[in-house]
Design a protein around this ligand. Sequence first.
Ligand SMILES: [Cu+2]
Length: 159
Amino acid sequence: MKKILIASALTLGLISTSALTQDYDNKERAASVGSPGDPANVSRTIEITMVENRFKPSEIKVKQGETVKFVLQNAGKKKHEIMIGTPEEIDQHGKMMKKFPGKEHPDEPNMISVNPGKTGELVWHFTEAGVVDFACPLPGHFKGMNFKGMKGIIEVETK
Ligand SMILES: [Cu+2]
């Protein structure tokens, strides 16, 4: 009896994990991740807390056309970053960071670094409906384009 219970618990665990991944994979990506936002046009501020190695929240909903100011609070003990981009862009940048760990990356409008105890801001304009990805590209923080590690999604809803 005990064995059966353990076996079914394991099965349930596996089912829920793969269901989550599948649901995430099936969500349609936005035709464009958007563009840098004008701080003068911010329609909403969303606060995100960074810890090791997670964003809270990791699922965010916005509306198409919105300019959002993300306020990133690093409540962890390590430096963290946020990068908005396509899964391919994030993956590529992550690989580059791994290859050149000490390299300070150029001032890109789609990413910021936040030191422990500090707060950073990133303003982004969401132009297309669909899922837009974000992650912390630092080595070891983000583990592929699923919900493991420092990764999240922004669901941009049609106007
Ligand atoms: Cu991080």
